[in-house]
Design a protein around this ligand. Sequence first.
Ligand SMILES: Cc1ncc(COP(=O)(O)O)c(C=O)c1O
Length: 385
Amino acid sequence: MYFDNAATSFPKPDCVYDAVDVWMRGGAASAGRGTHRGAEAAGRMIDECRRQLATLLGVPTPSQIVFTLNCTDSLNTVLQGFLRPGDAVLATALDHNSVLRPLEALRQRSGINVKLIPFDPVTGLIDVQRFAEVLSEKKVRLVVLNHASNVTGRVQSVAELTRVAHAHGACVLLDAAQTAGHWPLNMMELDVDFLAAAGHKGLLGPLGTGILCIRRGLETQLQPLRFGGTGTSSESLLQPDDMPARFESGNLNLPGIAGLHAAAAWILDQTMPKLQSQIHAMTARMLEEMKCIGGVNVFRPCLESDNCGIVSFNIRSMDCREVAMILDQSFDIQARAGLHCAPLLHETLDTTSSHGTIRLSPGVFTTDDEIGHVVRAVREIAACA
Ligand SMILES: Cc1ncc(COP(=O)(O)O)c(C=O)c1O
């Protein structure tokens, strides 16, 4: 039983496997290169995928969506491409290492001034007051916001934080790794400048897919990390400025995008609110039942309604890695244990000494029986601990 959908979703809808197979066998042609039918069909499929993703994520212009390798790649594209030596950037203790590590590298290499602010362990939220104070103390060029924590599942009030950031002249990069696909997310309504997401988590595409959505006009302030063939303006030695070619050098992951295309169509057909309510119901049940188990400490700094589908917990003083091993070997449950690449968050939750938390993340194909099984397993382990 797979309870690690926050890392990557599994299983995928059948149409995703079929699409990858069809495009691999039917000729995964080099999109945008050449005029033969295969290349044109591939180009059309990719364009359609961009349009579907634009609909799902509220991106006004599909060509402002860039295909990347994963969410880490999308985040790096903005952090390394936007920040200049001497710039200040504001991030938070909720952030994943895919934000914290590039920032630390930029701090060491380019003298980027990195300011990290804490969150409230009770609510799981960034304190808007503190956020505004930091922004008024120093000119900040970029704010990185974590849409939902990959440890607590807590969804932030992004629209409010973005308003404050913009009022202080900062651009906003939203890390939507844990929300895109099964949590309503509209780039235009949230008014964020850059939106980074994985294609392989809630968007249900294959591993090796990610997306970066860039507010129209801001692409010129973003230096590409990679330069190379785009199939366009080939006579020039300069990287084209037009979107999305500016950030898509080299052949794209066509089988991966074909799978993502099928997944996006499936999500549009199911509807995002339906998937959200399915995941919400399972998460609420786990939180409700697990909080009543003696010796189980569930980290739930939020109402169930503010949780994107993640339950983190510890059992008494047990090492979380041991609990995950028992869940796997004795109960056939695949759960993730550890710091979940979010080391600063564990300092705030005081979970560093237990080596982090055990994380259960159901997916759109998780069943009620599986939820019942996992709760019983946790009860049994806690009873013996
Ligand atoms: C909040 C957050 N940001 C970024 C990432 C990185 O995603 P990817 O594995 O697609 O690079 C993750 C992965 O779990 C995450 O949870």
